[in-house]
Design a protein around this ligand. Sequence first.
Ligand SMILES: Cc1cc2nc3c(=O)[nH]c(=O)nc-3n(C[C@H](O)[C@H](O)[C@H](O)COP(=O)(O)OP(=O)(O)OC[C@H]3O[C@@H](n4cnc5c(N)ncnc54)[C@H](O)[C@@H]3O)c2cc1C
Length: 375
Amino acid sequence: MDQANILIIGGGVVGCAIAHAVSQRWQDVFLVEQFPKLGMATSTRNSGVNHSGIYYPKNSLKARLCVEGNRLLYEFCARHKVPYRHCGKLVVAADAHEEEQLVALKKRGEDNGVEGLFLIDAAEIRKREPHIKGHSAMVVPSTGIVSAEELVHAFGRIAMEQGANIVTHAKVTSLAPSGKTIRVDLRIGDEEDSQTESIESRCVINAAGLYSDEVAAMLGNNSWKIYPVRGEYCEVRGPRASLINNLVYPLPHADGLSLGVHFTKTLWGTFLLGPTATYVDRKDNYEKDRLPIAAFAESARHLLPEILESDLNLAYSGLRPKLVPPTGHGIADFVITRDPKVPQAIQLVGIESPGLTAAPAIAKYVAGLAAEILN
Ligand SMILES: Cc1cc2nc3c(=O)[nH]c(=O)nc-3n(C[C@H](O)[C@H](O)[C@H](O)COP(=O)(O)OP(=O)(O)OC[C@H]3O[C@@H](n4cnc5c(N)ncnc54)[C@H](O)[C@@H]3O)c2cc1C
């Protein structure tokens, strides 16, 4: 049986960022991913936005790790040639009532340490985004976009260069703590043509995204349940993509479900409209009962009156790993903790947005928890 210091379950952006961070300090690091390639789940089915940290309650992990992650992400992308654009964004208030909410959002952002926020009027909105209709807006200079796919692969590639073992097509099927280690049973390969293997690890890190509740349950911890909330996108291509210059957001949903359907100018010159937010029944339900294009056009007209149904093409969707049930309300924080009953295990649960942004800061934080276990 292979022996590991650290075994990370999940090859999304969070698992790969952790592998990158911990392989700088320890040898015998393994990352196992059930799919044939890294980053095939939530990490490449998102808006690719490097968020500023304005939305989250003060001192929450989301606020702290987003603000820190925003800076670390730009540094990492610049150093390792991951495509990105540091373009800023507008959060637009449609009327005077929404402007009050905008002022409160600005205060929250400042409390979280987000720098450079300022308000502009309708004339200034038109200078920056000539096709957007709004009463006023907040400029968020630290927001930008990154290539999520290239980011995941850069974290993974550098982790391997530092000596980490990354094994794809490797699904964790059970976890058995014994003494100071945990035995990790794996199914390697396709269901029809697979073999089983085990690795004994001194520290196991659960970064399994949508399945993190099920992985936690393998260690006997049933504290969490993940509810998948689908976010769907449409894309505007060709000359009509010039209706949007950068990133434009409405005020976030009051119920905390999402940031609201927004416009994201992509690195490839199109713009995305989305993501919507709908609780779905399964963790692999990306396509069943997709919203019609007309519904996207209608919600977009509020900020972009010129948009036509014929401008829109149905694009991909992603699933948010929510901790708040459909009947619930509010924002749940990231859970990042050593397991109270199995202290050699670190649980990461409910890593929804801003998880892409926060990934390098989450990785630093988790490396600190791993040091408590290994040193
Ligand atoms: C619609 C949408 C838009 C978003 N927009 C943004 C944004 O603009 N900016 C931002 O910062 N964040 C955004 N997010 C959030 C961000 O995408 C996630 O927080 C982040 O990708 C989570 O990464 P992860 O590595 O935890 O999860 P994942 O990418 O889901 O990775 C987990 C991995 O674990 C693997 N796995 C699971 N179980 C097992 C097992 N038993 N054995 C082996 N492997 C296993 C899975 O196959 C998967 O690859 C968005 C999310 C959604 C859904």
